[in-house]
Design a binder for this molecule. Structure first.
Ligand code: SF4
Length: 327
């Protein structure tokens, strides 16, 4: 057993912040020591979450035609992708998705719309009404991702019953301009601040395999720690044909698992959710994500790519002796 990894893990087990230098060390471990890293990440997960695993589902309520140029995204109008585009779907379709998610064992449903923000008043009101209906008629926790928000929008969403907002930082501040030029890191940070002030829980994470360096991953993890977010979704690039990232090679399963462990060490008591690109990057090691430190995952389809059938994921959780957290 590697003594240094154990020593760093003891700090995370006591919820004491690890140093940048230690984070760098963890992200560079190789060969057999990688298994020590997973061993301790698993111990940290067990300490804060026991056997409990959260599963969430999402519905893509408005898709494509986005004005922004995030270079990994199939929904950007800057790139020629084969994505199906549509305007905001009717309330009953989102409510049905909530019922299906509840029946499939999901804890929450994320309502996701493409675009920089929701700048159409009618659409925003429609979304608020849908959230009210889901809160009233189902057990599922309504979460949402609506792009950049003003303080007023965040307050209205919270009043409608939205529990949690998702707004990813995607990468480190210093690398962000390499993946998006149409808005700034500060825009994203501001949405997180106003959502927090409105009393919403914060789900904020990243995408990996987009050309970032180890240091970017570490800086991002410490930024999220400072922001004291509630949930950290980790996405791994699934290259989309037509985007600037179409030829990116992606991560190996071991690199992917090491990123999960690194985030568990830095954010010991936060929900770490494995989201898009799980199948593509983890391949046959998908069940290892929990041993590497994750305590949450998305089930069903991702935003614009397909996932495993929900039943298969639920069976995986059961086969591992873990327990699904029911809402
Ligand atoms: S990630 Fe969001 S903001 Fe960026 S292009 Fe895609 S839908 Fe638009």
């Amino acid at each position: 057993m590697n003594n240094r990894i154990e020593k760093i893990a003891q700090q995370s087990l006591q919820n004491r912040e690890i140093s940048l230098e230690d984070a760098l060390y963890l992200s560079q471990v190789k060969k057999d020591e990688v298994y020590d890293l997973f061993y301790w990440a698993n111990k940290i997960r067990l300490k804060y979450f026991g056997r409990s695993i959260k599963a969430c589902s999402i519905v893509s309520a408005k898709q494509g035609k986005c004005t922004e140029d995030c270079n990994f995204c199939s929904q950007s109008s800057h790139y020629l992708t084969k994505i199906e585009e549509y305007n905001l779907i009717e309330e009953n379709k989102v409510v049905n998705a909530a019922m299906c998610a509840e029946n499939s064992g999901a804890h929450s449903l994320g309502i996701v719309t493409s675009g920089y923000t929701i700048n159409n008043e009618y659409e925003f009101e429609n979304i608020c009404n849908t959230i009210k209906t889901i809160s009233r008629d189902s057990r599922i926790h309504p979460h949402g991702s609506f792009g950049v928000l003003t303080k007023e929008m965040a307050i209205s969403l919270a009043k409608s019953g939205l529990k949690r907002i998702n707004h990813n930082l995607e990468t480190s501040e210093r690398f962000f301009h390499n993946i998006c030029t149409t808005h700034t890191y500060a825009d994203r940070l501001n949405t997180i601040h106003v959502s927090k002030q409105a009393g919403l829980e914060i789900c904020c994470g990243a995408i990996f395999g987009i050309g970032e360096e180890t240091e970017d991953r570490i800086h991002l993890a410490f930024t999220l720690k400072k922001l004291d977010v509630d949930s950290v979704p980790l996405n791994f690039l699934h290259p989309i044909s037509g985007t600037p990232q179409e030829n990116s090679v992606g991560l190996t399963p071991m690199e992917t698992l090491k990123i999960i462990s690194l985030f568990r060490f830095i954010l010991p008591d936060k929900e770490i959710k494995i989201a898009g690109g799980r199948g593509k990057n983890l391949r046959s090691l998908q069940s290892w994500m929990f041993y590497a430190g994750a305590n949450s995952t998305m089930i069903g389809n991702y935003l614009t790519t397909s996932g495993n059938p929900a039943e298969e994921d639920l069976l995986m959780i059961k086969d591992l002796g873990l327990e699904l957290e029911i809402s």
